[in-house]
Design a protein around this ligand. Structure first.
Ligand code: T3D
Length: 259
């Protein structure tokens, strides 16, 4: 794997770190290829039961590498998105295990889209979020027009995309883009604690929760009720469900295996 992405597995948690700190982890071809490889690896590995996505240095990601673009001549960013981003965003959303985005610094443009593709978004107090696209004459991409309205509402999505104002972490939390904000020095520890906790929980239930919530805005109520029932039939056949109920009755801590 490239040096632009670090991949580390410990205690059931895969930590994927965007690693071009000098340019705030701007997304060039090498980093995007490494990120795709790391995300695929984490998704496939059954020993990985939670994934953390974060950035090295003072940024999460400043979005597309604009310097790489400057001398590249005419480019079709749409094609770049199809080839390098879509699989990765879809995999983050659909992988059968929870993904935590630990936003350690600025998340701009497609960097913000990638952060929002996580299931739980945590942020450092000094982190910020910018739909930077319109500042350089682009439209939000890599999922931003999907995630932002769903998380924060349509008016906020429109204003954020059109005005391209920087949101600080607390404001991002207030409008629903972020779950929790931690002091900068505490973010890594708090993320690690949460990720290890999730890695010890019933992974298949998390996979099915993702499946249900991924479908919710495309379904009507009857369809969603049916999906819930189908998933619940599957969930109650898992070893972890049996263990959860048995441990409750025996008044002990459950030992979930992710099966
Ligand atoms: O891949 C594709 O084509 C798909 C399409 C994707 C669409 C997008 O993602 S569009 C959005 C592209 N991103 C941006 O427009 C953000 C550009 N960056 C900024 O506006 C600012 O850097 C930030 C607000 C993110 C942070 O500002 P600040 O003051 O904290 O840092 P800085 O000094 O501007 O940046 C630090 C360094 O990172 C600097 O390098 P230097 O001068 O120290 O050598 C800067 O040039 C570099 N950098 C920051 N962002 C990018 C970048 N280098 C390349 N590409 C960047 N996007």
């Amino acid at each position: 794997m490239t040096e632009s992405v670090l991949y580390h597995v410990s205690e059931g948690v895969a930590t994927i770190t965007l690693n071009r700190p000098d340019v705030l982890n701007a997304l060039n071809a090498e980093l995007l290829a490494g990120l795709r490889e790391a995300i695929d690896k984490a998704a496939r590995d059954d020993a990985v039961r939670a994934v953390v996505l974060t950035g090295a240095g003072r940024g999460f990601s400043a979005g597309a590498d604009l310097a790489a673009r400057k001398d590249a001549g005419p480019v079709d960013a749409g094609q770049t998105l199809r080839e390098r981003y879509h699989h990765m965003i879809l995999t983050l959303r659909s992988m059968p295990k929870p993904v935590i985005s630990a936003v350690n610094g600025v998340a701009a443009g497609a960097g913000m889209s990638i952060a929002l593709a996580g299931d739980v978004v945590l942020a450092a107090r000094s982190a910020s979020f910018i739909q930077a696209f319109s500042k350089i004459g682009l439209v939000p991409d890599a999922g931003s027009t999907y995630f932002v309205p769903r998380l924060a509402g349509e008016m906020r999505a429109r204003a954020l995309a059109i005005l391209a104002e920087k949101l600080d972490a607390e404001e991002a939390q207030r409008i629903g883009l972020v779950w929790k904000v931690y002091d900068d020095a505490a973010l890594a520890d708090e993320t690690g604690k949460l990720a290890r906790h999730l890695a010890g929980m019933p992974t298949q239930a998390y996979a099915m929760i993702k499946e249900a919530l991924n479908a919710t805005f495309g379904n009507d109520l009857a369809e969603q009720l049916e999906l819930e029932a189908t998933l619940q039939s599957r969930a109650c056949k898992t070893e972890d469900f049996r263990e959860g109920v048995t441990a409750f009755v025996e008044k002990r801590k459950p030992q979930f295996k992710g099966r």
